[in-house]
Design a protein around this ligand. Structure first.
Ligand code: AMP
Length: 214
């Protein structure tokens, strides 16, 4: 089963993708994570995209399509892919469709995670991530444990993303509405779309996603 998690920054795509990875033998393909890895390891591509990402703009279709192609070609025997943060533009959606056809794969469902903008700002500005395992914490709803150690892996190194600030967030939201939100109509028209309320609790959202995939 191959699925897309679609939604604005802070909708909870990464959190739900991690749950799906734990519960099913699926692989999360997050272009944001791939780009951050390239940026922190200082590759040529990483240097090229750093400023664009920090400001909250989208990197080029060519770069992200190349990253996804590489991952799909390195067949890892997974029971399906979760596309998280990809596609984000109509050309990316077309390219993904073509790549899946080339590989004899199908796109089984697109899950739109609906949230309102105020909740996004509150979530994102309070967000931090475990440097060890990527577990996501929130100052208000899921604070870092009092002993300062990740409840999942025990690491004590937590990071705030460079683009999780109000200025970059504004740009990221604009990019979502201008470039990514047309994908909701695109996948609805193809008959692939299911929408879930991303503002419910983490477990309730997971339940709605499970129902959409049944
Ligand atoms: P994310 O972790 O998905 O919020 O992505 C962080 C940043 O990486 C975005 O704000 C973009 O700068 C870049 N990025 C991630 N995925 C894509 C994509 N599919 N297309 C273009 N830029 C992307």
């Amino acid at each position: 089963m191959n699925i897309i998690l679609l939604g604005p920054p802070g909708a909870g795509k990464g959190t739900q993708a991690r749950k799906l990875v734990e519960e099913r033998n699926m692989v999360q393909l997050s272009t944001g994570d791939m780009l951050r890895a390239a940026k922190s390891s200082g590759t040529e591509m990483g240097k090229k995209v750093a400023a664009v990402m920090d400001a909250g703009n989208l990197v080029t279709d060519e770069i992200v399509i190349g990253l996804i192609r590489e991952q799909l070609e390195a067949d890892n025997g997974a029971d399906g892919y979760i596309f998280d943060g990809f596609p984000r533009t109509l050309p990316q959606a077309d390219a993904l469709g073509e790549l899946l056809v080339e590989m004899g794969e199908t796109l089984d469902r697109v899950i739109e995670m609906q949230v309102d903008d105020e909740a996004l700002v509150a979530r994102i500005t309070a967000r931090s991530t475990c440097g060890g395992c990527g577990e996501v914490y929130n100052d208000n709803t899921k604070p870092i444990p009092a002993d300062g150690k990740c409840s999942n892996c025990g690491a004590s190194d937590f990071q705030r993303r460079a683009d999780d600030n109000e200025d970059s967030l504004k740009t990221r939201l604009l990019a979502y509405y201008k470039q990514t939100s047309p994908l909701v109509g695109y996948y609805y028209a193809k008959g692939d779309l299911s929408s879930v309320n991303g503002l419910a609790s983490m477990d309730e959202v997971a339940g709605s996603i499970k129902a959409a995939l049944a």
